[in-house]
Write a protein of this length. Structure first.
Length: 312
């Protein structure tokens, strides 16, 4: 997926060697490149979430290995004891044991032998199950370690890809506007509306961040720069709510609502969960829109919304 994005981003940034592109053409290329960079950054954020889970899985598996090994040693000792006892007793079985001694104790001896056989079988079963559990956990730990190594390698590759894309995008902006930021773009959001409760805290935070730069890099979540999901995550963190740092994951973590049900503090998702902003009322959102541009308040109809979410 990253390779395909890289190819598309490179193609969108290419300029004709024969004729300078018009301002409209350049703006379209910048918009396309910005969307592709955001997709790569959000995939990087998702990978960070996956990597954290893999790390937790690895720790849990590693912690479970020692108790499993201890149980295996106990079960092994029990089975070895059964084997040694059987060797010492030779072929003397239950029948010969029952026939020996006084007939009056036959019932007691049969009951005793039955208990021994059941106990031995329990020890053998415990050994089998414990061995299987230990082997499964050891194999799972190796698999998890390999998965984590692969994720780390992929994360490093995505970091390098993002660095290159940011340089190209800034060069493209400078070609179009003479600077790395589009001319006439303002992030001023004005005064935050008076909203009660936790939603008010989230919206207030978003207003305070307006005019700070959006930066699609390595999961930016403030205090100076933000990507889209980093802004919404931090806004709701102020209200004591935890959201993952990824637009698609935030969509899964919120309750579905309709556009008519929107209230300040709700999240608005775009581009097949590639972008997210926070609704602030009056048909407006605040979002970290594009790399190098300021966080700003703008219409909810910047593009067709994919869906809406309410923080639980």
């Amino acid at each position: 997926m990253v390779a395909a994005m890289a190819l598309a981003l490179t193609g969108s940034m290419a300029t004709s060697a024969h004729a300078a592109p018009s301002e409209t053409e350049l703006k379209k290329k910048i918009d396309t490149a910005s969307d592709q960079l955001e997709d790569i950054t959000e995939s990087y954020n998702k990978l960070k979430i996956d990597l954290a889970k893999t790390g937790t899985d690895q720790k849990n598996l590693a912690a479970s290995i020692a108790p499993a090994k201890a149980k295996l040693l106990v079960a092994s000792a029990q089975v070895n004891n059964i084997a040694a006892t059987s060797y010492k007793q030779g072929r003397v079985g239950p029948m010969s044991a029952m026939l020996g001694g006084e007939q009056g104790g036959l019932i007691e001896r049969m009951s005793y032998l039955d208990l021994i056989q059941k106990s031995n079988q329990r020890d053998i079963d415990a050994y089998t199950n414990t061995t299987q559990t230990f082997n499964e956990r050891s194999a799972a730990l190796k698999t998890t370690q390999a998965k984590q190594a692969a994720q780390l390698a992929e994360m490093d590759a995505r970091k390098k890809k993002i660095e290159g894309d940011i340089k190209k995008l800034r060069a493209l902006r400078e070609q179009a506007y003479g600077s790395a930021t589009e001319k006439g773009v303002s992030g001023a959001a004005g005064t935050a509306p008076d909203i009660s409760g936790s939603a008010g805290e989230a919206v207030d935070y978003a207003y305070v961040q307006a005019n700070k730069p959006a930066y699609y890099g390595y999961g930016d979540s403030g205090p100076s720069t933000f990507d889209c999901s980093g802004l919404t995550m931090m806004a709701w963190k102020q209200a004591g709510k935890s959201l993952p740092h990824n637009a698609a994951a935030q969509y899964s973590a919120t309750a579905r609502i309709t556009k008519s049900q929107l209230q300040p503090g709700d999240l608005v998702f775009y581009r097949s969960l590639g972008h997210v902003g926070i609704y602030v009322g009056g048909g407006m959102i605040i979002d970290a829109s594009r790399e190098g541009e300021p966080i700003k308040k703008r219409s909810i109809n910047i593009m067709t919304p994919y869906g809406y979410g309410r923080v639980k």
